[in-house]
Design a protein around this ligand. Structure first.
Ligand SMILES: [Zn+2]
Length: 146
């Protein structure tokens, strides 16, 4: 059983979730209001000024200025959020594989049993009715990450 891998992933997810921050970062370099500053004379501008753009609970796109003191935590948080998506997807794929494998095993075990009992219970049809083709529309919303 791949439960070891599962546990590792869950631990990683928990660690990432603790520090995750939703949003994308945009950096800007600006000129200041000080006359004669290097930034007005073709020198390097000031920055980076960090802006966190995210979708708020109402669904409206919002942005927040990130003060210098919060730069590293916010950058780390955004990276953690990205990693969280990746790991969560891995976990969900493991879940799917496990569920399907289990179902396959059960079906072949049932078939095995049916074959064993087959002699006595011959002629009984399986209760599998009409089956709709369901495709759980996997909308891959891979957003441009940075
Ligand atoms: Zn300046």
């Amino acid at each position: 059983m791949p439960s070891n891998m599962h546990t590792t992933l869950l631990t990683e997810l928990a660690e990432l979730a603790k520090i995750a921050v939703v949003g994308t970062l945009s950096e800007a370099y600006r000129t200041c209001g000080t006359p004669g500053c290097r930034c007005h004379a073709g020198g390097p501008k000031h920055g980076p000024h960090l802006q966190l753009v995210y979708r708020g609970v109402t669904g409206r796109t919002t942005s927040a200025y990130v003060p210098m003191a919060a730069h590293s935590a916010i950058r780390e948080g955004v990276a953690a959020w990205q990693a969280l998506q990746t790991r969560l997807r891995e976990l969900a794929e493991q879940n799917r594989a496990q569920i399907l494998q289990r179902a396959r095993n059960e079906r072949s075990r049932a078939a095995q049993e049916r074959a064993n009992v087959g002699a006595t219970e011959a002629g009984r049809s399986s209760p599998t009715g009409k089956r709709k083709n369901f495709s759980p529309a996997v909308g891959d919303q891979a957003k441009r990450g940075r």
